[in-house]
Design a binder for this molecule. Structure first.
Ligand SMILES: [Zn+2]
Length: 283
C-alpha cells in the first residue's frame, strides 16, 4: 500500500473534532435579522483520523444529524456542527471554535424556511485533500455547450425518480460540479411505488461530479455525495421550504483560522428554482 506523507496540521483526531479549543472563526452579517432563527456551519467534507483504528479518510456529504462512520472499523461519531451567536439588534453573527483549514457550508433557518449553503468546488480525491492543494483542473472556458452536455447527462440518466433537475452546474475548466434534486412522487403515470403506504414522496439532493475526457463530458462514477434522502408523506413534501445557495457554501477557514466575511441576505420570498418552496408549481 502506498504511504502518504502527512503533515500533522492537516488532520485531527475524529474524537477531537467536536472538542473545544479550535481557533477557527466565521463571521458576518444577516439581514433582516428578525427573520433569522439560527445559523449553523457544517464541514461538508472533513478530513478525519479514526480514533480507534487510526485510519485516515475524508468524510463527505456530511449533514447535520448525520454520522461519520469509519469503513475500516465501523466506529461512528455525529457530524460536528457549529452554531452561530447572532446579535439580534445589529445582525452581526459569529461562529467560533471551528477547526481551521477546512471549508464550511452555512445552514440558515429563517421564518420563511431553510436556506442552505452548498459547496460546488470540483471533486477532490483523498490524496488531493491530504496534499492540501486545490483539485487539479485544466484551465479552459466552460461554455454554454459544456453546460448543456452536463445538464443532459443529469436529466437523461435513467433513474428511479420521476422528477430530476439541476439546481446548479458549476464549471471548473475540464471539471464540473452539479447540485441535483430528485424526487419520486406519485402521479397518474407512476402509480404507487414499492411498499408505499399512502401518498408518499422520496426526495434526494445530491452533488454529482463530471469531467471532460477525450473531448466529451462524463460523470465521474462512485463519487457522488448524497446530501439528503428523505422519505415522507406527500403533504409534508408539498409543504417544504428549503432552498440551496452556492454563495453560502464552501466558506474557507484558513489554517490561521480566518474566513471571508459572509453576507446573508434573507429574501422576501424563497426562489423555487433553488429548491423546494411550498405553493410553487406543484409536481
Ligand atoms: Zn476506524
Amino acid at each position: 500500500m502506498m504511504r502518504i506523507p502527512l503533515i500533522p496540521v492537516l488532520v485531527w483526531l475524529l474524537s477531537s473534532a467536536t472538542c473545544a479549543g479550535e481557533n477557527g472563526r466565521i463571521g458576518g452579517t444577516v439581514t433582516p435579522v428578525e427573520k433569522v432563527t439560527s445559523i449553523t456551519a457544517v464541514p461538508r467534507s472533513l478530513d478525519v483520523t479514526c480514533a480507534s483504528c487510526k485510519r485516515k479518510f475524508t468524510a463527505r456529504a456530511n449533514a447535520p444529524g448525520g454520522t461519520i462512520k469509519c469503513k475500516a472499523c465501523g466506529k461512528s461519531l455525529p457530524v460536528p456542527v457549529y452554531p452561530a451567536k447572532i446579535d439580534k439588534t445589529t445582525g452581526l453573527f459569529e461562529i467560533t471554535g471551528v477547526p481551521p483549514g477546512q471549508r464550511y457550508d452555512l445552514i440558515v433557518e429563517t421564518t420563511s424556511g431553510r436556506i442552505e449553503g452548498v459547496d460546488l468546488s470540483p471533486f477532490e480525491s483523498d490524496l488531493e485533500r491530504l496534499r492540501k492543494g486545490p483539485a487539479r483542473v485544466n484551465p479552459r472556458a466552460f461554455s454554454a455547450e459544456d453546460r448543456e452536455a452536463v445538464s443532459d447527462l443529469i436529466t437523461k440518466a435513467k433513474q428511479f425518480e420521476n422528477f430530476v433537475r439541476c439546481l446548479y452546474i458549476a464549471g471548473h475548466g475540464d471539471k464540473a460540479t452539479a447540485l441535483v434534486e430528485k424526487a419520486r412522487v406519485q402521479d397518474d403515470k407512476t402509480g404507487k411505488f414499492h411498499s408505499e403506504k399512502d401518498s408518499e414522496a422520496i426526495w434526494r439532493v445530491e452533488l454529482w461530479y463530471f469531467r471532460k475526457w477525450f473531448g466529451g463530458w462524463e460523470r465521474v462514477s462512485n463519487v457522488e455525495g448524497v446530501l439528503y434522502r428523505r422519505r415522507m408523506p406527500r403533504g409534508q413534501y408539498d409543504a417544504m421550504n428549503w432552498i440551496f445557495v452556492d454563495k453560502l457554501g464552501g466558506i474557507e477557514v484558513s489554517d490561521a483560522g480566518a474566513s471571508r466575511p459572509v453576507t446573508i441576505q434573507i429574501p422576501s420570498r424563497l426562489d423555487p428554482k433553488l429548491g423546494r418552496v411550498a405553493g410553487a408549481a406543484s409536481r
